[in-house]
Design a protein around this ligand. Structure first.
Ligand SMILES: Cc1cc2nc3c(=O)[nH]c(=O)nc-3n(C[C@H](O)[C@H](O)[C@H](O)COP(=O)(O)OP(=O)(O)OC[C@H]3O[C@@H](n4cnc5c(N)ncnc54)[C@H](O)[C@@H]3O)c2cc1C
Length: 343
């Protein structure tokens, strides 16, 4: 296993900030991944499991422990009695690579999740979602190492605690190392029904229509690109951790006048964090020379070059306070903060 001391984490995160790791190892097989974390736990060494670094904000001082980068690979395709596909993907595989494969192989259900950076192993953690689709809809099992019980476990979908940008893996932070994900895909050439109005509009169909998966993927990537939500080294609007804040859930009485509202089964409404951020006075481009709200999307905080984590967090704090003062709503962060905090 490769070991490197003092590796700068800015090189491993899409926001391109973060100081050095005391130690840095890469695991290329599932057993090596589980063994590495188990051995570090035995020694009491703090561990940061690293995927693609696209949902991470690491302190300028870095991480005083061992980063274990998940560099595992492998995709095993099986079938079920109805001829549908059961596909087990190792955690280190690229998410976008899997979406491309799924579209090419006519596996239905990931096409609207095109363009999301990162690894397959991280996808269940915050139940990645976009354009009306969530990964929870196609996951059959998650294979993990339980650091508390020190054993391998297999979670059926119903036991994963999936919700909006959350799961049992996120709720028990650092307890589980995800080694692989098994998906259950229906086969077909048409994507799942389009649920998101903006995507339906781009495709020229009604919400609920089904269109070829390749068209859905292309339309999603195009929409995402226009918002700086597809990684591009030449586009500083994409030097980010994606959306910095989650869409909040509020009681209907607390919904600001004119704010978007999506009714929930529990009676609350989900509203748009981007709308709140913008109406609180933080429009596209707000910020300093080094750290700014993306020029394409108010939810992405971007590194324009030379940014520090301290600078990113200062802007996040200012926005969170501004939204609280203006609307009385406390925004929650979407990325994971490592060795730093907003408070
Ligand atoms: C431009 C951009 C657009 C984005 N768009 C979206 C979007 O549309 N929807 C969405 O949901 N997200 C989006 N994201 C966020 C991010 O891409 C996802 O959360 C992604 O799943 C993170 O994967 P990663 O491999 O980069 O995880 P990392 O950033 O490396 O890690 C994130 C967290 O997961 C943990 N972790 C990673 N791998 C494992 C593992 N195998 N086992 C245990 N823990 C692990 C880490 O310790 C950390 O706590 C976007 C990010 C960017 C930069």
């Amino acid at each position: 296993m490769l070991t490197r001391a003092g590796e700068r984490l800015a090189s491993w995160t899409t926001l391109r900030v973060g100081g050095p790791a005391a130690d840095f190892v890469e695991a290329t097989t599932r057993p090596a991944l589980y063994d590495a974390v188990g051995a570090l736990d035995d020694c009491g060494t703090p561990v940061l499991v690293l995927g693609g670094g696209s949902n991470l904000v690491v302190a300028d001082d870095g991480f005083d422990g061992t980063v274990v980068r998940v560099a595992t690979a492998g995709i095993a395709v099986g079938g079920d009695a109805r001829g549908d596909a059961e596909v087990t993907v190792e955690a280190g595989e690229s998410w976008e690579g899997l979406v491309e494969l799924a579209v090419n192989e006519s596996w239905v259900g990931l096409e609207a999740l095109a363009g999301i950076p990162g690894t397959v192993g991280a996808a269940p953690i915050q139940n990645v979602g976009a354009y009306g689709q969530e990964v929870a809809e196609t996951i059959a099992h998650v294979h993990a190492y339980d650091r508390l019980e020190r054993r391998h476990r297999m979670f059926a979908n119903a036991d994963c605690g999936f919700g909006y940008r959350t799961s049992a893996f996120k709720q028990g932070p650092n307890r589980y190392v995800i080694g692989a994900v098994t998906f259950a895909f229906r086969r077909g050439s048409l994507g799942a029904p389009v649920k998101y109005a903006e995507l339906a509009g781009r495709l020229g169909v009604e919400v609920g229509a089904r269109v070829p998966m390749a068209d859905v993927r292309a339309a999603v990537v195009e929409l995402r690109r226009s918002k700086g939500m597809v990684l591009d080294a030449d586009d500083r609007d994409t030097w980010s951790a994606g959306s910095f804040f989650m869409n909040p859930f509020v009681a209907p009485a607390d919904l600001p006048a004119g704010a978007p509202a999506f009714g929930q089964p529990d009676g609350r409404v989900k509203t748009s964090a981007a709308w709140l951020v913008e109406r609180a006075g933080f429009s596209c481009g707000y910020g300093s020379e080094q750290v700014r709200v993306s020029s394409k999307h108010t939810l992405a905080l971007t590194n324009r070059g030379g940014a520090s984590t301290t600078g990113v967090l200062a802007l996040a704090r200012e926005i969170r306070t501004g939204v609280r003062v203006r609307f009385g709503i406390e925004l929650q962060l979407e990325p994971v903060l490592v060795s730093c905090s907003l408070d």
